[in-house]
Design a protein around this ligand. Structure first.
Ligand code: GCU
Length: 421
């Protein structure tokens, strides 16, 4: 399939200055001609004839490619020692709307071992098991809410979108700084639970510290083995293990969400762990939903430079050489098929290539259709504010790299459509 056939359209949206590296392509006319691998043609040239062949041959083959060439193999499963401890249960949180739990997920089964703390909100007005949104946050649970009684994080905090936070060090000044990104009340009113954890508790997003996270529990990683994204994806599955053990949660309706680097991790987790019933990527960009071969905004060179720790070392071979990638991100989206996948972008977030994110979804459409769904119901990049709610969903918000109330409204409408109809 030659996406180059899509008319070069000059982006009229404003250029987001922050994060844009010098020389980054932000104009459709500068995109090199490129050909996307056909997700329904196997490496040996045979065409995928039916759902069974997808499942038994092509899907595993693509999964292996993303492992060996990009994210690395996940060298650890569910540890025998995994243990959950309920640290708090507050039945009248958020003005009585929610039951709030704090749950320690102890990867090594002990309080002084590797772990993460889940902050869980469950709506009080719903009696039966509830669907939940699950996703990591950047700077610790206490930054997602104004509630004064959430303990200050003790772990690494990125401080990237937080001007009140001293870089990497949680302080009281950080309380609630990300509350807009976490629209708990909105979700609770609609009958959903929300679960989060600080990604820096799982593994610090810093060079040389991988041993502190789950990768330190497995065999020494090699050139084709997991990076940070793999570790965060792994931890999402451990959060889901916990959710499966809580009878108030409907573990068959867990929507895995993630913003930016955590959107990349959410897609990779959703590809590997089919228990995730729905996946949402917000502004996941390069290494997420956006096609690499468009070389628009962030490139493989950018990803594998300072941020190389996120991927397997061998991914570096594709820097300035995207054409030689044997797969592209539409095939990562296809690994989530036939489960609902919502790709959300923002007009000004050119670094994340919003149109490339849409095309990533569109490229997965033949797989979703082969599996009997309606795929992505739009061929053309939609205007901002219009939710496309087909099985591959798409939402473009006007504005910057962020997760806003408007994004949550789209996520909730999309989840209602796929979880409740
Ligand atoms: C940087 C990085 C992106 C990433 C983003 C984020 O901008 O280049 O790939 O998505 O950080 O996670 O915030």
């Amino acid at each position: 399939m030659t996406i180059h056939a899509v008319l070069p359209v000059l982006l009229t949206v404003a250029c987001a200055s922050e994060g844009l590296a010098a020389g980054a392509v932000t104009n459709e006319t500068q995109i090199p001609p490129y050909t996307l691998p056909d997700p329904l043609v196997c490496r040996d040239g045979t065409r995928v004839a039916d759902a069974r062949m997808w499942r038994e041959k092509r899907r595993p083959e693509l999964l292996r490619l993303f492992e060996s060439e990009m994210y690395g193999r996940t060298l650890l499963g569910k540890p025998e020692s995994l243990r959950f401890v309920l640290r708090e249960e507050k039945k009248d949180a958020r003005g009585g709307k929610a039951t709030r739990l704090r749950v320690g997920v102890l990867f090594e089964g002990k309080e002084d071992g590797r772990q993460m703390e889940l902050l869980v909100y469950l709506p009080n007005r719903v009696k039966g098991p509830v669907p939940v949104f699950l996703g990591f946050n950047f700077d610790g649970n206490y930054t997602t809410t104004d509630e004064p009684d959430i303990p200050l994080a003790r772990h690494f905090a990125m401080g990237l979108y937080a001007n009140r936070l001293v870089k990497n060090t949680p302080t009281e000044a950080g309380r609630g700084i990300h509350r807009e990104m976490w629209q708990y009340d909105l979700a609770l009113e609609r009958g959903y639970g929300v679960v989060t954890a600080g990604y820096g508790e799982v593994e610090p997003d810093a060079d040389g510290r991988w041993r502190e996270g789950p990768r330190g529990l497995g065999p020494e990683p090699g050139a084709k083995d997991w990076g940070c994204l793999g570790a965060w994806a792994w931890a999402s599955s451990r959060a889901l293990d916990y959710l499966e053990s809580n009878p108030r949660v409907d573990a068959k309706r867990v929507a895995l969400i993630g913003f930016s680097r955590l959107g990349k991790a959410a897609l990779w987790a959703g590809a590997q762990d089919e228990r995730f019933a729905l996946v949402v990527s917000n502004n996941s960009g390069a290494g997420g939903a956006a096609l690499s071969k468009r070389v628009f905004g962030e490139t493989v060179d950018n990803l594998t430079g300072k941020l190389g720790r996120w991927f397997c070392p061998d991914f570096r071979q594709y820097a300035n050489n995207e054409a030689s990638l044997p797969m592209d991100q539409h095939e990562l989206a296809a690994l989530i098929a036939p489960r609902p996948l919502l790709i959300a972008s923002a007009t000004e977030d050119l670094w994340s290539d919003p149109k490339g994110e849409f095309l990533g979804g569109l490229g997965a459409d033949p797989v979703y259709r082969l599996l009997g769904t309606d795929g992505l119901a739009r061929n053309e990049w939609p205007a901002p504010g219009q939710l496309v709610d087909s099985r591959i969903g798409y939402f473009l918000r006007a504005g910057k790299h962020d997760v806003t109330r408007e994004d949550w409204q789209a996520m909730l409408a999309y989840a209602d459509r796929h979880f409740r109809q």
